[in-house]
Design a protein around this ligand. Structure first.
Ligand SMILES: Nc1ncnc2c1ncn2[C@@H]1O[C@H](COP(=O)(O)OP(=O)(O)OP(=O)(O)O)[C@@H](O)[C@H]1O
Ligand SMILES: [Mg+2]
Length: 356
């Protein structure tokens, strides 16, 4: 949010396409297909006939400053492709990408390299560390590339290493570290230059479940402290719910639905989305505010238990008498924002979707 309270877009893409194959644009064009103008389904059909792989299809979304935006979908759905297009590590076939309102695709190669070096940090699934360099050298690498004096490189690298909890391991080599520790080095390296946009492509999927949970918690703490804008890829919906302010669900190169975790659980767009939301412990995710129905007329002043909009269903169940048929949902100032009936609460816990 800006000081005036308006959200500002950090990074956005519009009508983004990535096609793989021999000269796809010219061959599609020969069939009268224009990626910027033709109907997406006609583009897909023509691509399929030509044997062109559609890795990203007409993808559009905006990530606000300070937001954690998760891109989620099955393997091969186009997550890495889209996120790499956002930094132009992959050149989009068509569409627009805007960083702080400026077109990334119109930038010179030189300007782009500067943007990547100073404003973007990236973490990859398989750590991508230099095996023959120490932790300190790995983390200092992007600072070296920036041309900082060696003493400054090391000072800042040490600071970042401490930030991710690896103080004391500066002189270790990657092979002397556990998987979780190696990924911490990956985090430190991506953060060393102080980027304001942080891309993470399945950073925890190579870790075992316990370490993964711990790293997720540490990531959230770090993110909160550093106030980065985050674009995070995962194929684990629970991880997406835990880490994301909003989640974009991808299938076969397209975005199927974008929404808050609660919105996806309560109003899945189709069975593909529903299949991911099914196993979410909804009592831990959904809140009174998510389920509240509007109050018609004046809010009742008595006879209703009042609960805060942020209260999770699990907490409501623990604290409110099951005999209270209707609860009044209030915002942080105590103002009523809606009502929640026990029936609606029970239905949400059962199916997870909002019944009309
Ligand atoms: N260089 C390439 N040449 C041809 N096809 C490619 C290339 N890179 C990716 N693809 C295809 O594009 C599609 C999307 O791939 P992408 O790597 O974006 O998927 P993903 O959602 O990140 O999957 P995963 O979860 O397995 O990492 C896949 O069908 C993939 O095979
Ligand atoms: Mg991927």
């Amino acid at each position: 949010m800006t000081p005036s309270g308006h959200p500002t877009s950090k990074i956005a893409c519009r009508g983004l396409w990535k096609l793989y194959g021999e000269d796809p644009v010219a061959r599609l064009s020969a069939r009268g297909i224009d990626l910027a103008a033709s109907d997406p389904s006609a583009i897909r059909a023509a691509a399929a006939e030509l044997g062109v792989i559609v890795a990203a299809a007409d993808v559009s979304f905006t990530v606000e400053t300070g937001e954690s935006f998760v891109v989620m979908g099955l393997s091969g759905s186009g997550k890495s492709t889209v996120v790499r297009c956002l930094s132009r590590l992959i050149e989009p076939t068509a569409g627009r990408v805007e960083l702080d309102g400026e077109s990334l695709l119109d930038m010179s190669e030189r300007a782009l390299i500067e943007v990547r070096r100073r404003r973007m940090g990236m973490v990859f699934q398989h750590f991508g560390l230099f095996a023959h360099q120490t932790v300190l050298e790995n983390v200092a690498f992007p600072l070296k590339v920036q041309g900082l004096p060696k003493a400054e490189q090391h000072r800042r690298a040490r600071e970042t290493i401490e930030l991710v909890g690896l103080k004391g391991r500066e002189d270790s080599y990657p092979w002397e570290l556990s998987g979780g520790q190696q990924q911490r080095v990956g985090f430190a390296r991506s953060l060393a230059v102080g980027p304001d946009l942080w891309f993470l492509d399945e950073p925890f999927s190579a870790l075992d479940p316990l370490i993964r949970k711990q790293m997720q918690t540490e990531f959230l703490a770090l993110k909160k402290m550093l106030r980065k804008t985050v674009v995070f890829i995962t194929h684990d919906f629970l991880e997406a719910v835990y880490l994301g302010d909003r989640i974009a669900i991808m299938r076969e190169g397209s975005i199927v639905q974008i929404g808050t975790p609660a919105a996806l659980i309560l109003h899945p767009a189709d069975d593909y989305v529903r299949q991911f939301t099914r196993d979410v412990p909804r009592s831990m995710v959904l809140t009174a505010g998510d389920l509240a129905e509007p109050i018609e007329g004046a809010a009742p002043s008595d006879g209703h238990a009042a609960i805060g909009a942020e209260t999770t269903l699990a907490d409501i169940l623990a604290s409110v008498s099951i005999h209270a048929p209707t609860m009044l949902v209030t915002d942080a100032t105590g103002r009523p924002v809606g009502r929640l009936t026990a029936k609606r609460l029970a239905a949400a816990l059962e199916s997870g979707e909002a019944k009309p």
